[in-house]
Structure formats: C-alpha cells, structure tokens
Design a protein around this ligand. Structure first.
Ligand SMILES: Cc1ncc(COP(=O)(O)O)c(C=O)c1O
Length: 396
C-alpha cells in the first residue's frame, strides 16, 4: 500500500478540520418533516428542502408503496434496454404537462440532468453564458460540453449583455444562457424577465435550473419562469425537494430536444431507470402541488417565511434580503457558523452551518429554510432559540 497517498489524505482531512470546514453527518431516525428525531431527541428542523412539507406525508409514502407493489423495487436496467415502465412515461407526461412543456426526460438526479443537458445539444461552434453563482452540477455539465464558455457576475444584467455581445462577436452558432431559477445558497430569484429580454435581443436560448422553485414559486408552483411570466427553452428540476423529497431529476423541453437527449445524454443512457417508488411518490406530489391544496401550502409557506424574516431581522440578525423560503443567516466565519448550529441543536433546533467550498470563503452562514409544514409556533420557538444562542456567541 503506498503510504504517501494515505498520509496525504489524512493531512488534507486534518487541514479541513482545522479550518472549521468539516461537514459531519448527523443521523436522523425519523421521517423528514418539521420535527425530526436526532440523537434520541425530537428537534425542530429548519434546513430541509421540504418546501411544501410533503416529504413525510402519508399520501406520498403510500403512493411510493403502491408503485413498488405494482412495479417492483426497480428495473435492473437503463431506460433504453428494458428499463422503461409505464410509470416512467406517466411521470414524464405529468411533469411536462404541469410545468407547461411539450415533453420531459427523467434522470436519477437533477445533478445528472444538469450533467446530461449541454453536451448532447451544444458543440464547439456554440456558446454557453453561465451565471457565476450557478449550482455545481450546472458548472460540471458545462465543463463536459465543448461549447465556448462565458461567465457573467451573478444576476448582473450589464455583464450578461457584455458576455452575450462577446459570444456573438466570436461568431457563436447557438448561444444558451444558463442560470439557477433560485440560487440555492442565497435564496435570490434569477432576473428572468431581464434575461428573457437580453436573450431575445441576442437570439439566445435560456436554460433554468428550478430545483429551488418547482412546486412553490409562481402560479400553481410552476417555478421561477412562471413567477416572472416568461418562457424558457430548457428547464431542469428535481423530485428531491418540494415535489415529495424522494430523489430524481428531469429536463423539460420541446419533444425534439427530449428525443435527442434520449439518444445522446450519457447519464440517461448509462444509468438505471428511476425506481417505481420514486415515480409513484413524485406523481402524487405533483397532483397535490398543482391543485387547490398546493395553493394553500404555498400560502402557508409564504406566511411562514414572512413571519420568520421579520422576527429575525428585528432580533438583529444579518439576513440576505429576498422573498424566497431560503433565508440565510449570515455569519462570515466558518467556525462561528458551526458553533451557532451546534448550540441551536442543544436548544432543540436542527440547522446547519454552511462554509467553503459550498459558499465562498468568509461568507459562512446558517441557511435556514421554511416549510409549509412549519407552524407559527415552530417559527417562534426557532427565533427564540436563535436569539438565545446568538447572544451567547456574540452574534447579536
Ligand atoms: C440548484 C440545484 N440544482 C441541482 C441540484 C441537484 O439536485 P439532485 O439532488 O436532484 O441531484 C441541487 C441540489 O442540491 C440544487 O440545489
């Protein structure tokens, strides 16, 4: 065994730890929800992507169980060999109809959807103009593609225009603007109206990753583009957050684009089909999200976010501004973020400190996230715990 390699791994781990950047796994012994069991104790949970509160919902669990009973644990195959069941076609049709696109293609994760989108559709003659704050999976997907890359400062429309001009001046065949619909670390919603206008001016396509928007932003929770009332060309999303919280990703686009992706997208061609349980759970979540109950859940989510934001601001915490249920409590120092999260857990609230490389160095934070399943009482208890812990650690 080459010991030099193992020594290097140990040194790197120690280095990560000494900077307060270690991300431990805390084990949860319950379903996902507003109250979870950690270390034998019930605690409030304010860091799940469980925006509509459906992750532990009995109807979703039952739909997963029923789908497993009907179609088994899984396909033991990729889609094009013998891994396409009726349930996959139903979910693709349902998600496309819900979000208003011609068709959809499923992936094992949104990470794979972003990894599989660009390379089949764009080549050396094309240009991808990407927001600098885009999710890691978009960055990786762009890296896998031979198109020329341009980056614009996050949400900076002047810079976007500069990059579009540069791409056109360089003679790009097709240009695609790639952006998160809502940025996962900050909760900022992309300026899709302005992006649409620039795309029209420079004849560019638009790709949006709506993992943190599908199900709860815009009319019927159709996402950031619906929130802004604009059309886009490619939408990537996840079933692992608001839409039931299981796992699995998708791309919505025109039928022709989806057909081409089914011939060329590597994470689709070379990875197992989604488990029936995931399909069943996701279809039930979409059914709930697009109806009247979805409206009620979205109303509750907004009310929760407003109540929490107002109380935390009044208490003196530094929050990033916005209207999204991702509400980051800014701390700067990674160790402070970890210490505050640890103290919060002692006080009965589960939150997590985020530090480099998930956020920039010096911009550590506790990313709190609201859920429609939180009650006002949960919110008030959490604010009280933040006030106590914040005072103890000199944050407020
Ligand atoms: C913006 C964004 N895109 C993609 C993903 C990946 O989603 P999935 O968990 O389905 O791979 C995430 C999840 O963290 C995300 O926040």
């Amino acid at each position: 065994m080459p010991t030099a390699f193992h020594d290097r791994v140990s040194t790197e781990l120690a280095d990560i730890d000494s900077q307060g950047l270690t991300k431990p796994e805390r084990v949860i012994a319950s379903r996902q929800g507003p109250v979870i069991e950690v270390g034998g104790r019930k605690v409030l949970n304010f860091c799940a992507n469980n925006y509509l509160g459906l992750a532990g919902d009995d109807r979703i669990v039952e739909a997963a169980r029923a789908a497993t009973a009907r179609r088994g644990a899984g396909t033991a195959s990729v889609r094009f060999i013998c891994g396409t069941q009726d349930i996959h076609k139903e979910l693709e049709a349902q998600v496309a109809a819900y979000l208003g696109f011609e068709d959809a293609i499923l992936f094992a994760a949104a990470f794979d959807a972003n990894g599989g989108l660009f390379e089949p559709l764009f080549g050396e003659a094309d240009a991808i103009v990407s927001d600098s704050l885009n999710h890691a999976s978009i960055i990786d997907g762009v890296r896998l593609c031979k198109a020329k890359r341009y980056r614009f400062a996050t949400s900076d429309m002047d810079d976007l225009e500069t990059q579009l001009k540069a791409a056109r001046a360089a003679g790009a065949r097709d240009i695609v603007i790639a952006t998160d619909g809502a940025f996962s670390m900050d909760g900022y919603i992309a300026k899709l109206k302005d992006i649409r206008a620039l795309a029209d001016r420079y004849d560019a396509l638009i790709m949006v990753d709506d993992c943190h928007a599908t199900g709860f932003l815009g009319p019927q929770g159709r996402g950031s583009f619906a929130h802004h009332g604009v059309e886009i060309d490619f939408l990537t999303g996840t079933f692992g957050k608001a839409l039931g919280g299981a796992m699995g990703g998708f791309i919505c686009a025109t039928s022709a684009v989806v057909q081409l992706l089914k011939q060329r997208a590597r994470p689709y061609l070379f990875s197992n089909a989604l488990a029936p349980a995931v399909c069943g759970a996701s279809m039930e979540a979409i059914r709930i999200a697009q109806g009247a109950e979805g409206d009620a859940l979205r109303g509750q989510l907004t009310a929760n976010a407003q109540r929490y934001r107002a109380a935390m601001t009044e208490a003196g915490f530094d929050l990033l501004p916005g209207e999204h249920p991702i509400i980051p409590v800014m701390l700067g120092d990674a160790k402070l973020a970890q210490d505050l999260a640890a103290r919060m857990l002692e006080l009965g609230v589960y939150v997590i400190g985020f530090s480099f490389p998930v956020v920039p160095r010096g911009a550590a934070r506790i990313r709190t996230q609201m859920s429609a399943a939180h009650t006002f009482d949960h919110i008030d208890q959490t604010v009280a715990a933040f006030k106590q812990a914040g005072k103890e650690l000199g944050v407020i």
